[in-house]
Design a protein around this ligand. Structure first.
Ligand code: UT7
Length: 325
């Protein structure tokens, strides 16, 4: 028994902010942001917008594509670090919006790797025969938690949500193998203190700088390249699959230079790596499911193709999942 994704969806804040817009807010330039990160614009939550609404929209779309009613679900798992409440979980709040009762709903906190971690939890439970139909969400709004005076971090993040509906299924299609890793000893490289204040780019409210997202970018960069390349190689090797046979890699979108370096290490042509961070920035746990949904919509892969998801983020955490679509 295994699990297969049968529907995907995405949701985004209404407004996008370009690098040129950011030039008016910060001492930065379109040239620096594009050349150092590959980002051109990003969707940012505005005052009054809710990540829950965005995740709800992504979930409804995934359910529609799966041809499934919310009431058929056996579980909801959300990969997120952006819930406005310590409890209830983000997943419980989405559960209420979907009007579903009596099923488990919970969050997985693995920062940018959140969707891959949540997918693995869902897959393992379905392999064990615990659930048959699971909604997996990746949602984050890190733009509301950065220091808007710090150009080193404020330009990097975008907000959004992606969702996937998975079913329990025997046969060759679906999740083939997933590997997860964490390195708690390096958590200071990327961290965010838990606090209730959300301060979007357009709000007057500002977080106390000690409570904003902290990143040691250059150190993290090197670890991200090595960990994403290693885990990608391992997940395929362990499954007895050659990376040459993988149709598309859908990575966490943190930095184009990371993605190019990973592809180079693995000897993979960059055309096989799906990129959308030019329009979204780093959307943390939302980046893999948003990219998956877009790549599918764009016809970049189809039935029976091998698809590889990978991510790396705060924790540190990283992981990869190999799927036969
Ligand atoms: O999603 C989880 C995983 N995330 C990652 O793995 C992120 C990994 N790290 C990175 O992607 C990159 O390290 C960053 C994009 C965060 C930074 O790029 P970098 O090339 O490593 O820049 P840097 O931090 O070494 O800064 C180089 C220079 C500095 O100037 P000085 O001190 O050399 O004069 C910065 O002040 O670039 C300057 N700088 C900027 N200039 C204009 C940093 N940010 C900006 C900016 N605009 N936004």
């Amino acid at each position: 028994m295994g699990s297969r994704i049968i529907g995907t969806g995405r949701g985004l804040p209404s407004a996008s902010l370009s690098n040129q817009d950011l030039e008016r807010l910060l001492d930065t330039s379109d040239e620096w942001i594009r050349s150092r990160t590959g980002i051109g614009s990003r969707y940012l939550m505005r005052t009054g917008e809710s990540l829950l609404d965005i995740a709800h929209e992504a979930s409804r779309r995934a359910l529609d594509k799966a041809g499934m009613k919310p009431g058929e679900l056996d579980a909801i798992i959300a990969g997120t670090v952006s819930s406005e409440y310590a409890f209830p979980s983000f997943a419980c709040q989405v559960q209420r919006m979907l009007g579903v009762t009596s099923i488990p709903a919970f969050d997985v906190a693995a920062a940018c790797s959140g969707f891959v971690f949540a997918l693995s939890v869902a897959d393992n439970s379905m392999r064990a025969g615990v659930w048959k139909k699971v909604l997996v969400i990746g949602a984050d709004a890190l733009s509301t938690m950065v220091d808007w005076g710090d150009r080193r971090t404020a330009v990097l993040f975008g907000d959004g949500a992606g969702a996937a509906v998975m079913i329990n299924e025997a046969g060759p299609r679906g999740v083939i193998n997933t590997l997860l890793r964490s390195a708690g000893e390096a958590w200071e490289l990327l961290s965010l203190r838990a606090t209730g204040i959300r301060a979007s780019a357009d709000s007057e409210l500002r977080r106390d700088p000690v409570d904003t997202l902290k990143m040691r970018g250059p150190e993290l960069f090197k670890i991200a390249v090595k960990s994403m390349a290693d885990i990608t190689r391992q997940v395929a090797e362990q499954a007895g699959v050659s990376l040459n046979d993988v149709s598309i890699i859908i990575p966490h979108q943190a930095n184009i230079r990371i993605l190019n370096a990973v592809a180079e290490r693995l000897g993979i042509p960059t055309e096989k790596v799906f990129i959308n961070l030019d329009r979204y920035g780093n959307t943390s746990a939302a980046s893999v499911p948003i990219a998956l949904d877009e790549a599918l919509e764009a016809g970049r892969f189809g039935d029976n193709d091998l698809v590889l998801l990978n991510a790396c983020g705060g924790g540190l955490t990283w992981g990869a999942s190999l799927l036969r679509w």
